[in-house]
Design a protein around this ligand. Structure first.
Ligand code: SAM
Length: 297
């Protein structure tokens, strides 16, 4: 097990495979990516994941942009699935292209999926129940182990739909993940207008819950009641960073120690392109882990 300088276990790699997306969500943090360099190939991604696995990473989350617009996404998953030490591969997707691809992804080695679903019917948000239903059904039919629906909760947009979305998720056997809005550099006005604290909702969920789990990742609470499962992600909570276990890699091959910062990136793919050996690559990964610092302390 590897820990960073702040004693935080680092066992999750969140790897972006593209910055391109087929939707335009008004709140999107784009995984904190600012520059757009050349994309990594499946082989380069696999080399980075292998070095991370040797350093102690066990779980990989694939993100973007929209991962499913990469034509070689199944190949990327298959190469990661072959790496010794990687126990879990999951993906976050907007779900639009999922119905035609779920089977191929599962066969390649995908275990779990997060599908964006911000609203039941909103006209402003594109990730709606209607748009993603076929993707959820296909994910269920292929037997993916866990399906989570990601709902970024926004004041005056979808904050009144939380309980409707809980019912919807329950009906489809999915966990609803309620996510508090994160402020980005380009979204200060949007954040001021639409930030919605999930503190009161958590109190309400706690009062209804049969059981409450606390997950080690970000100290997230998971509420179980009447057949529904709801997880709450509150990046604005004081202890969020203290419980972060994730190292990030940008779509152009840079280690990104924190979603919120771009002043401490470490280019690893350029090393691969220059032909560095496995040991040197692993050293770079360890240097990236060394750069991790809680953004909020
Ligand atoms: N296109 C994919 C998708 O829609 O899931 C993957 C990329 S998207 C950046 C990954 C997740 O980040 C989304 O599901 C959304 O829940 C979350 N997200 C994006 N911007 C956010 C923000 N400003 N605050 C909180 N969560 C955000």
């Amino acid at each position: 097990m590897i820990k960073d300088r702040f004693g935080r276990q680092v066992d999750i790699l969140r790897i972006s495979v593209t910055q391109e997306c087929n939707l335009k969500c008004p709140y999107c943090h784009r995984e904190g990516e600012m520059d757009k360099g050349a994309l990594m190939s499946p082989e380069e991604i696999a080399k980075i994941v292998s070095a991370c696995a040797r350093a102690g990473i066990k779980k990989v989350k694939i993100t973007g942009g929209e991962p499913l617009i990469r034509k070689d996404i199944a190949e990327i998953i298959a190469q990661i699935a072959d790496i010794q030490g990687i126990e879990d591969i999951s993906m976050t997707t907007n779900g639009v292209l999922l119905s035609g691809m779920a089977r191929e992804l599962k066969i390649a080695g995908l275990k779990r999926i997060n599908i964006g679903c911000d609203s039941y019917t909103s006209s402003i948000l594109e990730k709606t129940a209607d748009n993603i239903k076929p993707g959820i059904v296909a994910a269920k039919e292929t037997g993916l182990e866990t399906i989570k629906l990601n709902m970024v909760v926004l004041k005056d947009v979808n904050s009144d739909e939380i309980f409707k979305m809980i019912e919807f998720s329950k009906k489809y056997g999915a966990i609803l993940q309620l996510i508090e809005l994160i402020e980005t550099k380009d979204s200060k006005v949007f954040f001021t207008e639409h930030y919605y604290s999930l503190k009161d909702i958590e109190k309400e969920l706690a009062s209804k819950a049969d059981t409450v789990e606390t997950r080690s990742m970000h100290n997230r609470r998971r509420y179980h009641f009447s057949g529904a499962v709801v997880e709450v992600v509150r990046p604005n909570r004081h202890d969020f960073c203290a419980n972060c276990r994730t190292l990030r890699v940008t779509s152009d091959g840079k280690i990104k120690p924190c979603l919120m910062r771009n002043d401490n990136l470490l280019d690893v793919v350029c090393g691969i392109r220059e032909g560095i050996c496995d040991e040197e690559l692993e050293k770079l990964i360890l240097m990236g882990i060394e750069k991790r610092e809680p953004y909020v302390r």
